[in-house]
Design a protein around this ligand. Structure first.
Ligand SMILES: NC(=O)c1ccc[n+]([C@@H]2O[C@H](COP(=O)([O-])OP(=O)(O)OC[C@H]3O[C@@H](n4cnc5c(N)ncnc54)[C@H](O)[C@@H]3O)[C@@H](O)[C@H]2O)c1
Length: 283
C-alpha cells in the first residue's frame, strides 16, 4: 500500500477496498527461502529447522561446537527427507565474533537470509534467588543479548538485500509470568532473560518493519524437547497438573507456530507474541 499515492484515500483505489481472501495454502510455504535456526541441535530448534525444510526452505543450523555430531546427523536427515540444502555452523551466540561467523557462513553459502529463528537458550540449574552475578550475566548473555545479536545481524542482511524477511524469537511463558512450575525458589535470571526477549521482539519489530522485516515471537509452555528428561517423574506429574489442556507441549506444537510466523500467512503480524502453553498462563 503506497500511502504517498495521491489517490490512496479515493474510495475506488484497489488498496483501500475490502479484499476477498486468496489461497491460504499457497501462503504456507518457504519455497526457495534461506533460513537460519540457532540452538538447532536442541529439541525446538531441530524441529523448526525440519519444519522450514518441509516447507521448501534451505536451512543453516547453528549450535555450539560440542553439538557438531548432532548437527551433522540432523542436516543429513533433513536433506534426505526434504531435498533441500541443509548446512550447519558452529559457534556461541553470546560471543559476537563467533556469532557473526555463523551468520556469515549462512550468507556466504546461501547468498542471503530470508528467515531466522533466534532460539538458542539455556536454563541454569542454579537459577535461584542467590544465583551468582556471573551466572546471572551468562543467562542474559545467551538468552537475551545473543538473541538480539543474531536477529540484528540477520535483519541487516535482509535490509542489505532489500527483500524483507521474517524473524521469530523463542521467548517462554516465563517471559509473561513468574513461573513456579518446578520449584518455589526458581530464580530471576531465566525470567528476566525471557521478559527481555519479549520486549526485544516489540522494540525490534518496530525498528525493522519499515524494511519489510517482520519480527515476532513464540512463547512455549512446558514442551517435551529433551531438556526435562532429568527431572523426576513426581515433579513432572505436579507440573502437568497445572496445565489446563492436561498434557505437556510437543515439539510440533511450537514448530507449527514458528512456521506460521515465518511464512506469509502471518503477513500482518508485527511484534506479535503467540503463547503456546495449553492454557497454563491463563490463570
Ligand atoms: N522446552 C521448553 O519447555 C521451553 C519452554 C519455553 C521456552 N523454551 C526455550 O526454547 C528454546 C529452545 O529450548 P529447547 O527446549 O529446545 O532446549 P534444548 O536444550 O534442547 O535446546 C537449546 C539449544 O541451544 C543451544 N545453545 C545453548 N547455548 C548456546 C550458545 N551460547 N550458542 C549457541 N547455541 C546454544 C544448546 O546447545 C541446545 O542445542 C530456548 O530458548 C528455551 O529457553 C523452551
Amino acid at each position: 500500500m503506497d500511502l504517498n499515492s495521491p489517490n490512496i484515500l479515493c474510495k475506488d483505489h484497489p488498496d483501500f477496498k475490502c479484499r476477498e481472501i486468496g489461497s491460504l495454502k499457497a501462503l504456507f510455504t518457504l519455497e526457495g527461502k534461506k533460513c537460519l535456526v540457532t540452538g538447532a541441535a536442541g529439541g525446538i530448534g531441530r524441529s523448526t529447522a525440519k519444519g522450514f525444510a518441509e516447507l521448501g526452505g534451505d536451512v543453516c543450523l547453528v549450535d555450539i561446537p560440542s553439538k557438531k555430531d548432532a548437527l551433522e546427523r540432523i542436516c543429513a536427515e533433513i536433506e534426505q527427507a526434504y531435498g533441500v540444502k541443509a548446512i550447519y555452523a558452529l559457534g556461541d551466540v553470546s560471543d559476537e565474533n563467533s556469532m557473526m561467523e555463523c551468520i556469515q557462513t549462512a550468507d556466504r553459502e546461501f547468498g542471503t537470509i530470508d528467515v531466522c529463528h533466534s532460539n538458542a537458550g539455556i536454563i541454569l540449574p542454579g537459577d535461584n534467588p542467590d544465583i551468582g552475578v556471573a551466572e546471572f550475566k551468562r543467562v542474559l548473555d545467551i538468552n537475551l543479548i545473543g538473541m538480539m545479536m543474531v536477529s540484528r545481524a540477520c535483519a541487516n542482511i535482509m535490509k542489505r538485500d532489500g527483500h524483507g524477511g521474517s524473524i521469530v524469537h523463542t521467548v517462554s511463558q516465563s517471559g509473561h509470568i513468574v513461573n513456579t512450575n518446578w520449584k518455589d525458589d526458581f530464580g530471576y535470571a531465566y525470567h528476566v532473560s525471557k521478559g527481555g526477549a519479549l520486549h526485544l521482539t516489540h522494540a525490534m519489530a518496530l525498528q525493522y518493519i519499515k524494511y519489510g522485516i517482520r519480527i515476532n515471537s513464540v512463547s512455549p509452555g512446558v514442551v517435551l524437547s529433551g531438556i526435562h528428561d532429568p527431572i523426576p517423574v513426581c515433579m513432572m506429574r505436579n507440573a502437568v497438573e497445572k496445565i489446563p489442556i492436561g498434557r505437556f507441549g510437543y515439539l510440533q506444537d511450537v514448530a507449527a507456530t514458528v512456521a506460521f510466523l515465518a511464512t506469509d500467512l502471518a503477513a500482518f503480524c508485527v511484534g506479535t507474541d503467540i503463547i503456546v502453553d495449553g492454557g497454563e498462563t491463563l490463570y
